[in-house]
Design a protein around this ligand. Structure first.
Ligand code: AMP
Ligand code: ZN
Ligand code: FE
Ligand code: FE
Length: 295
């Protein structure tokens, strides 16, 4: 590899400096639809100077243990999961942090959602076939199948020129071959996260209308935080969410939602150590711990 130019090195150091002591709490791995393995995620997070990360794969904890093992003491790896939920008939993503990944009611609920993902994948392949687009599905290893996997197969097998094109033609929301996922009622999901000793956070709320009323309702069900720091959000959106979080006593979370190389790089959206401590405090104050729920 050629030696790095001084300017490149300087840029890297400056970028790293900005992230020291900060936490990226929204990261996907190959356990769901991310491109980096858990080991690669930890390596990249370490290189950019982060002090903590959370692995938040869709509906699975499968990437967490290996990331924690490889990170050892160099970096905190928080147990997380991004749960596919239903909120008044719409898809909402709820992230559970600091949860016990062995808490069986949560594990079983995630197993059901993932089984739904497998059935949905088969349905999407069938819809494609009906449109004259055949795709072979051998070689898939992810624990949590999604549209990205299908888009990648379409590209590999020469049916689409790019993942973007595959989404545009068949898989984007509302497109002919996009099938909705099985969703867990968000109130139940919040309850399960809390029973598992964790804190429940509303992921990328700017995808929704994020009214005061919605946040009030979710907070009344036990929501502990809201994801304010997120790529592509503008300052005014972050400010408004911060004010609402304050009004309802919610912690602030944030992360890159990195799925691999590209725009949402690891560390591009982060929270401070103080904000992380506040989020962690929410987890500790959860009323139903695993032990007390068994008592
Ligand atoms: P799924 O969980 O199977 O519904 O897939 C959601 C994933 O598909 C997310 O990671 C999105 O980033 C990606 N996605 C959704 N819509 C599009 C789109 N129009 N173009 C590219 N990727 C998309
Ligand atoms: Zn994803
Ligand atoms: Fe999401
Ligand atoms: Fe995500």
């Amino acid at each position: 590899m050629p030696a790095k130019q001084p300017f490149t090195l300087l840029c890297q150091q400056l970028a790293r400096g900005a992230k020291i002591g900060r936490a990226d709490l929204h990261l996907h791995t190959t356990a769901s639809d991310g491109a980096y393995t858990p080991v690669e995620v930890v390596d990249l997070a370490r290189r950019c100077g982060l002090s903590a990360i959370a692995i938040t794969d869709h509906d699975t904890f499968a990437g967490v243990a290996v990331a924690q093992a490889v990170a050892c003491t160099s970096l905190e790896v928080i147990t997380g999961v991004e749960i596919t939920c239903d909120y008044h008939g719409r898809e909402l993503h709820l992230i559970g942090y600091f949860v016990d990944p062995e808490y069986q009611p949560l594990v079983q609920a995630l197993n059901r959602i993932r089984k739904g993902r497998v059935n949905r994948f088969t349905d999407m392949v069938e819809r494609l076939r009906q449109q004259g687009v055949t795709v072979r599905v051998d070689g898939l290893v992810s624990q949590s199948l999604g549209r990205r996997h299908l888009a990648e197969l379409l590209v590999q097998q020469g049916r689409a020129g790019s993942v973007r094109e595959a989404f545009q033609r068949w898989l984007r929301d509302g497109a002919s071959c996009c099938v909705p996922k099985l969703r867990l009622d968000v109130q139940r999901a919040i309850q399960l996260v809390r029973e598992a000793g964790g804190v429940a956070v509303w992921a990328h709320p700017t995808y929704h209308s994020q009214t005061r009323q919605e946040l009030r309702e979710l907070a009344s069900w036990g929501l502990g935080g809201v994801e304010v720091e997120y790529p592509d959000t503008v300052r005014a959106q972050r400010q408004r969410m911060t004010e609402l979080a304050c009004e309802f006593g919610l912690a602030i979370s944030g992360g890159s939602d990195c799925h691999g190389p590209g725009k949402r790089a690891i560390g591009c959206a982060t929270i401070s150590d103080e904000q992380l401590a506040r989020l962690r405090g929410g987890a500790c104050s959860a009323p139903y711990t695993r032990r007390s729920s068994k008592a």
